[in-house]
Design a protein around this ligand. Structure first.
Ligand code: F6P
Ligand code: MG
Length: 497
């Protein structure tokens, strides 16, 4: 499918893409370099310590020191590649080919690069933004996967967990809300009107969960994040005026319509975005749908197979999130926060319910939870389908580019696409006028399955907003497309809207 508008790229210096290449990517790459430096520092401290200990250990000190030396050497190699990448990016050099590292999409990225080169659009300041950004994370992955020691390392993992650990206040508050629902579960399930009101709160909580992705942390302070996570009614009401498109009533009507459908259609899919707080809000929303409404019986979560856009959920993240929640009272305790006894009980009840859902298949990850980064070389259908989420393709080409991914969603009662990047891929990241219908912007994907996008605006592309509203915001000079303060709830059912 070819859209009638050009893709966003950094040749427009007023766009967010330009700022991204100039500022945000270099900061992210520098962060990875720092992480590796720190890891090496730890390794050498450890090895010095070992050197001082008793030599009767089973693995001799010489072996340990040799292996440490090798790890550090490999890390130094990655750091060199990262530094070169930063240098080339700043000087608008061409994007280099992805090496044949045994992981998916080498040809996909490289053939697109060849096509761009023919057009002289294969450099950091000329390549389409969506393509270049996906390429960047695939290239980073290649640096790691070509080593022995670092192939299963996610350079963003620590950052993801650290930020999650700072979300205790909001997380416990939500667990308590869920506990309050539990008290009148039976009455709720039989009261569609009350459920509708709660649904609105849940969908908004899940939407604003997207405000805290780490690739934006390059300009958000910890205080900003705490503010974005505040979940009280007032905070939510204050934010609702920032929702520029609100299809929540149509979504709710659609979900209610799932009652009486075949079991297979009472399924909701989440194409996940970020790990940590956002994933937690996804799980809460999923829990609400299966526990308190009679309309949904199963939820499938779709992760990324490689470290992606800093904070996206990988299968290891999904597992560590559950580990953290299982041990929530120590994981979230900090000098400024510790949960009360009743909060601890509420959290425990909720997380135990989620675990039982995972065990019984009510909740599932689209690939086995143990799937290692990169997919572990598996050819299983689900792993192949999941590879699509780290390709650079717009979703209007999903059916042709990845029949597996397409089929995995077909027949779902509702597919929820979380976050900004998913939105960019849904709309192809091209310069649609903001008042283009969501239906038109989805191209051939429209009508394939009922589709909901929950997105806080962090990139230029926007559709489905009234012309007068868009023009007013533009006239005020607001950065409403990119500053993360505004959001969209966009829904399209099976028939075009
Ligand atoms: O850097 C590009 C970008 O897509 C931004 O638009 C956004 O800030 C971020 O990456 C990803 O956001 P999200 O986690 O919501 O997909
Ligand atoms: Mg993300």
């Amino acid at each position: 499918f070819t859209a009638p508008h050009p893709p966003y790229d950094p040749t427009d210096k007023s766009g967010f893409s330009y700022e991204t290449v100039v500022k945000r990517w270099p900061i992210i790459i520098t962060g990875v370099i720092d992480t590796l430096h720190q890891a090496c520092h730890q390794l050498s401290l450890q090895s010095n310590l070992n050197a001082g200990t008793d030599s009767s250990a089973e693995v001799s000190n010489v072996d340990v020191q040799e292996s440490t030396r090798k790890k550090i050497k490999e890390a130094t190699g990655i750091i060199e590649k990262l530094s070169k990448l930063k240098y080339e990016m700043a000087r608008d050099k061409p994007l280099v080919l992805i090496p044949d590292d045994g992981e998916p999409h080498v040809d996909t990225y490289n053939s697109e690069l060849a096509a761009l080169a023919k057009d002289s659009r294969d450099t950091w300041f000329t390549a389409p933004w969506l393509f270049a950004e996906c390429y960047l994370y695939r290239l980073l992955r290649s640096f790691f996967v070509q080593t022995d020691h670092w192939a299963s390392i996610d350079p963003f993992q620590e950052q993801k967990m650290k930020t999650f650990a700072q979300s205790g206040k909001a997380i416990y508050q939500i667990a308590t809300t869920m506990h309050e629902l539990e008290v009148d579960r039976a009455a709720l399930r039989a009261d569609p009107e009350k459920l509708g009101v709660l649904f609105n709160e849940m969908i908004q909580m899940c939407l604003w969960g997207n405000a805290t992705d780490l690739s934006l942390l390059t300009h958000l302070s910890q205080e900003d994040i705490a503010h974005l996570q505040s979940v009280g009614k007032e905070a939510r009401a204050a934010r609702s005026k920032f929702i520029l498109r609100g299809d929540e009533d149509a979504v709710w009507a659609h979900i209610k319509g799932l009652e009486g459908k075949e079991e297979a259609q009472k399924r909701v899919d989440f194409v996940l975005d970020n790990s940590g707080f956002e994933l937690f809000t996804d799980l809460v929303f999923a829990d609400f749908l299966v526990t308190y409404t009679p309309y949904v019986t199963k939820v499938v979560f779709h992760p990324k197979l490689i470290p992606w856009f800093v904070s996206d959920v990988t299968p290891p993240d999904f597992k560590t999130t559950f580990d953290a929640l299982e041990d929530a009272s120590s994981f979230f305790s900090s000098p400024t926060f510790s949960p009360s006894d009743s909060e601890t009980t509420h959290m425990h009840t909720m997380v135990s319910r989620w675990q039982s859902y995972l065990a019984s298949g009510v909740f599932s990850l689209s690939v086995p939870v143990e799937t290692p980064l990169g997919g572990g070389g598996k050819d299983d259908e689900e792993v192949k389908a999941a590879e699509f989420w780290t390709s650079p393709y717009p979703y209007w080409d999903m059916r042709t580019r990845s029949p597996g991914a397409f089929e995995s969603l077909r027949g779902s009662g509702l597919v929820i696409f979380k976050g900004d990047l998913n939105y960019r891929k849904l709309t192809g990241d091209v310069a649609w006028p903001a008042w283009t219908s969501f239906n038109e912007a989805l191209g051939p994907l429209a009508g394939s399955f009922p589709l909901l996008s929950l997105r806080t605006n962090k990139a230029d592309v926007v559709v489905g907003v009234e012309k007068a509203v868009a023009e007013r915001l533009d006239a005020r000079g607001e950065k409403w497309r990119v500053d993360g303060r505004y959001a969209l709830i966009s829904f399209l059912g099976l028939s075009a809207g």
